[in-house]
Design a protein around this ligand. Structure first.
Ligand code: PGA
Length: 253
């Protein structure tokens, strides 16, 4: 059975003190995840160690970085490597978020390298894909997302592809309050799974968690997560509010 995952993406928000307070609020009442469920918090780099110590004892809770560099190490001032993440016990990293693609030049080819370097260091990539509004309006979103998968993931072996978490995040739904309908999300998730199946076979495609991201909140999580191919969510804005994110975790199948 594939994992059901609620992943928080804090982006570049919260001071250290606010981050600690949010963890206090989130962990005030012990949340017990069911078997096969996970809660992942992608926090800013300076908070990774603090965040890890907050959830260390909690079954199914993990901390993620929001990005890493595509190179192993070296003269890349200001960058953070997958090896550094591994060395502080961080086992997850968001890769290829649309904001990295838009503002920081992440191409499908660079993202493929980031996926590889993460896997080499036992860091699970949370690989983001998704189309901008113009592509959706043109009706070519399936081909667009397929190309993202092919160019960044399809060089992976059968054993490596099962280590990836995919997040489908239509760019037009991120931070806009405009969520994809459950039907739109299910349709794309089903399509992604069919593309994975045609490359790797049904059994492997069935094992890979595909999260939906884009204005997920407590009010729509139940319906979205109930869709058969939606295995949870990658949540930005609503993950900064403890009550919202707790309800989102509870909405997992
Ligand atoms: P949002 O962000 O939930 O604020 O739309 C989602 C994301 O960018 O991962």
């Amino acid at each position: 059975m594939r994992k059901q995952i609620a992943a928080a993406n804090w982006k570049m928000n919260l001071t250290y003190q606010q981050a600690e307070k949010l963890f206090d609020e989130l962990l005030e009442e012990p949340i017990s995840l069911k078997e096969g469920q996970e809660a992942i918090f992608a926090v800013p780099f300076p908070y990774l160690i603090m965040a890890k110590s907050e959830v260390d004892e909690m079954h199914g809770f993990h901390i993620a970085a929001q990005n890493c560099n595509n190179k192993k190490s070296g003269a890349f001032t200001g960058e953070v490597s997958a090896e550094m993440l591994q060395s502080i016990g961080i086992n997850y990293c968001i890769i290829g978020h649309s904001e990295r693609r838009e503002y920081f030049g992440d191409t499908n080819a660079i993202i493929a390298e980031k996926v590889n370097i993460c896997l080499q260091h036992k860091v699970t990539p949370i690989f983001c894909c998704g189309e901008v509004l113009a592509i959706r309006e043109e009706g070519t979103q399936n081909a667009f997302v397929q190309q993202q998968l092919e160019e960044s993931l399809f060089h992976l072996s059968e054993s490596d592809i099962t280590k990836i978490i995919i997040a489908y995040e239509p760019v037009w739904a991120i931070g806009t309050g405009k969520t994809a309908t459950t039907a739109q999300a299910q349709e794309m998730h089903h399509y992604i799974r069919s593309v994975l199946a045609s490359k790797y076979g049904d059994n492997i495609a069935d094992e890979i968690s595909i999260l939906y991201g884009g204005s997920v909140k407590a009010a729509n999580a139940n319906e979205l997560f109930a869709a058969p191919d939606v295995d949870g969510g990658l949540v930005g804005g609503a993950s900064l509010v403890a009550t919202e994110f707790l309800s989102i975790i509870k909405a997992l199948k």
